[in-house]
Design a protein around this ligand. Sequence first.
Ligand SMILES: [Zn+2]
Ligand SMILES: [Zn+2]
Length: 280
Amino acid sequence: MRVHLCGVRGSTPAPGADFVRYGGHTSCLALAPQGSRAPTLILDAGTGVRNVTALCGEAPFSGTLLLTHLHWDHVHGLPFFRAGDRGGASVRLLMPDQGDGESAYAILARGMSPPHFPIEPAGLRGDWTFDTITPGPVEVPGFEVEALEVPHKGGRTFGYRVSDGSTSLAYIPDHCPTSLGFGPDGLGEYHAAVVALARGVDVLLHDAQLLPSELAAEAAFGHAAADYAVALARVAEARRVLLVHHRPDRTDAELDHLAARFEGCEPQVTVAAEGAALDL
Ligand SMILES: [Zn+2]
Ligand SMILES: [Zn+2]
């Protein structure tokens, strides 16, 4: 499969001269199965989902949109996803069940409806469906997907493991492992759900919002340190790590410095940059 990194920024978009190389769009990953140019599975709809339209050419998007959770930086791009908001589009949007019986549509419409936004989700053109999912296997055409709950902050959050039958990735952009304790190295617990998601994957895309020195002051906001992502890859024997969900004020120069710190590391560590694609 081909993995397009459409948005790798966390919390809020980060435009400006200091954020050109790693990009300022928030969370979004688009997966195209082998033999298909256009993506059919999108993970999260941060502002980076705007980049998916170009990947679809002139065609409307047809496929699944899987949300890890409902925070703004993961849904903010939804009404601006032109390939999905056009005649002929067919989008199945799935999100974590919040455990209170509220429908997917109602959960989404809480943030996307007047007076917060001009239209409701029903105002999107094309054929859209909205459903909640629970932990376990998720039916997505062309892929095997497993959802597991991970600790974050404010609402239920899932991490996903995705395989096309021959290669696999884990996508865990928002994760607060210190909420379960500081673990063996002070970076957080290597708990069963996250190890299961990352076990043996070809690439682990993980929350790297923080530096270890920032954990004490900022972990309570719900994120992990980059070093946790790398250590998790070792624990779970993932083959490669992509650090995602960069703090909005982390400049290109600071991200270069982060990349240099992990140079030569085993497994290989890459600081994710918007616009890059990986062939797994
Ligand atoms: Zn986020
Ligand atoms: Zn979040």
